[in-house]
Structure formats: C-alpha cells, structure tokens
Design a protein around this ligand. Structure first.
Ligand code: 5GP
Ligand code: ZN
Length: 117
C-alpha cells in the first residue's frame, strides 16, 4: 500500500532514513527533520492515507492506535500532559507532505511568539 513519490511511504518502507521513536502495527512515530519545538514528532499511519478526511470506518483500529500512542508519548514528556497535536489537511491548509500525519509538539508554548509549521 506504499505510494510512489511519497516521502513518508519511503520512510515507512525504510527506503529513506528517519529517526523512529515508536512503532505499532498501524503506525510509526518519527522525529521531524525540521523541529519547531524541543519535542516535534510526526505520528503517521503506515497505510498511505492523504488527509484525515480520508480515514474511513475500516480504519478504526488506526484511529484508536493514533490516540493510544499520544497517551504513550505524553507520559514521557518533561512537562507531563503539555503538548499540541496539529494536523494540516490539504495543500491549501499548509500540508506539505500528502500522507496524513499529526504533529506532536511539546516543550514550547506555540501561542507565544511567531510559531509557524
Ligand atoms: P506538513 O507541512 O505536511 O504539515 O508537515 C510535514 C512535516 O514533515 C514538516 O514539518 C517537515 O519538516 C517534515 N518532513 C518533511 N520531509 C521529511 C523527512 O524526510 N523526514 C522527516 N523526519 N521529516 C520530514
Ligand atoms: Zn504515503
């Protein structure tokens, strides 16, 4: 189910290296190469899904896994439970990699300063 010309599919198949911090049967979590905060991770399905609007009923295991991994990641933060989840969906909304992902951001209050994903 890997999609050609998708950098995240290439990371999932191992064609491109990324710093992986967690993996489940449904998803992987990697460090963002251009971090905007002390902790900036990307949570993404292994399956090529373009946006959150393409998550269907058959993907309910994935939807649960996304929430479960957030709980795991939140446990390991310096400031427990203080994090942002951001998802850009569609190029017009700022999505640059068209493989659905959640930005998991922590260690910085993004509402102070000129934060921009
Ligand atoms: P978007 O703009 O689609 O919401 O977020 C895409 C994110 O993927 C950006 O924060 C960008 O820094 C990150 N990114 C793009 N290419 C790579 C890559 O090859 N490896 C990793 N680890 N992150 C990437
Ligand atoms: Zn993909």
């Amino acid at each position: 189910m890997s999609h050609k010309n998708c950098v995240f599919c290439d990371i999932i198949t191992g064609k491109i290296h990324a710093e992986k911090v967690a993996e489940t049967p449904q998803l992987i979590v990697i460090k963002d190469t251009n971090p905007k905060a002390p902790t900036h991770l990307l949570i993404m399905p292994k399956k090529h899904i373009v946006t959150m609007a393409d998550v269907a009923n058959r993907d309910k295991d994935l939807a649960f896994a996304m929430f479960a991994i957030v709980e795991e990641l939140a446990k390991n933060l310096d400031a427990p439970q203080a994090f942002n989840i951001i998802s850009n969906n569609g190029a017009e909304a700022g999505q640059s990699v068209l493989h659905m992902h959640w930005h998991f951001i922590s260690g910085k209050n993004i509402y102070l300063g000129d934060f921009k994903l």
